[in-house]
Design a protein around this ligand. Structure first.
Ligand SMILES: Nc1ncnc2c1ncn2[C@@H]1O[C@H](COP(=O)(O)OP(=O)(O)O)[C@@H](O)[C@H]1O
Ligand SMILES: [Mg+2]
Length: 256
């Protein structure tokens, strides 16, 4: 009898692991501070931030201008370094990394999408995406990456020949072509009209839902909270709340 129970317990454990592959912790912030000092003045862009992000989640970081959202995102992406605290990615502490290790971390694991796309104007959409092959091995075929964002017809156009939405989709294709574990987006719809913004949101949500990527999006638009698995609210450099959404809305249903 005892043996049987033991076996059931063992089976249960295995089932749990198989059923919840998404529950693996990818990122952990432990009391992270980012401070700027000028003479005797110390200013905290981020103070004692602690949080965890699971693999495959869609996370929205929400807060007013100057709250510390970009600071948080840049620390996540290894584009900035913390003044104190610990940032764990897949169990490894980024705050102990030297410059070379941080560069490798960014090249391998992080894709970034910015408000103003940051495409190279003298390169076509295809060439902008193909650049990623120089940064990392095992990138997707640029044609496939552009097809995934619905831009097959526009691959040979230059950024100046594309609409804002098309340029942003190109920059998402570029970030995703690297197959990064982490896709970071800083106000990705900030320069787009509502309909185009929705298309971009939908694309980002699909990246997390269908492609199981971890997507972290910074925004000041509180309507975007509805589409996230987790909403992290930031104000005056502090984390005000972390809320999990059991039933996030589809990006196409969000209005603003
Ligand atoms: N390099 C820097 N030097 C001094 N202050 C900075 C620097 N970067 C950001 N800050 C300040 O930190 C605060 C948070 O900035 P940021 O993270 O960009 O806010 P958000 O993205 O929420 O608008 C702001 O007050 C900003 O001025
Ligand atoms: Mg910002």
């Amino acid at each position: 009898m005892f043996k049987k129970k033991k076996k059931e317990e063992k089976d249960l454990e295995i089932i749990d692991i198989e059923n919840e592959p998404d529950k693996k912790v990818l990122i952990e912030f432990k009391d992270v501070c980012k401070k700027y000092e000028q003479g005797d003045n110390v200013f905290y862009a981020l103070k004692d931030a602690s949080l965890t992000i699971n693999e495959g989640e869609m996370v929205v970081i929400l807060g007013p201008s100057g709250a510390g959202k970009s600071t948080l995102l840049n620390l996540l992406g290894g584009m900035d370094s913390a003044s104190s605290g610990h940032i764990l990615f897949d169990g490894k502490d980024l705050t102990t990394f030297n410059d070379n290790q941080l560069t490798e971390y960014r090249a391998k694991n992080v894709g970034v999408v910015f408000q103003f796309y940051n495409l190279i104007p003298t390169l076509t959409a295809y060439e902008n995406v193909a650049l990623m092959r120089d940064i990392k091995d095992g990138t997707s075929d640029p044609k496939e990456a552009l097809a995934a964002v619905g831009l097959s017809e526009h691959m040979h156009q230059f950024p100046s020949q594309m609409s804002g939405g098309e340029q942003q989709r190109t920059s998402i294709a570029r970030a995703v072509a690297k197959n990064p574990k982490l896709l970071l987006c800083d106000e990705p719809t900030g320069a787009l009209d509502t309909d185009t913004g929705k298309e971009v949101l939908k694309l980002l949500q699909d990246m997390s839902r269908e492609k199981k990527r971890t997507v972290v999006m910074v925004t000041h638009n509180s309507f975007f909270a509805d589409i996230a698995d987790t909403v992290i609210r930031v104000k005056n450099g502090g984390i005000k709340s972390i809320v999990h959404n059991d039933d996030p809305k589809d990006a196409s249903e969000v209005n603003w």
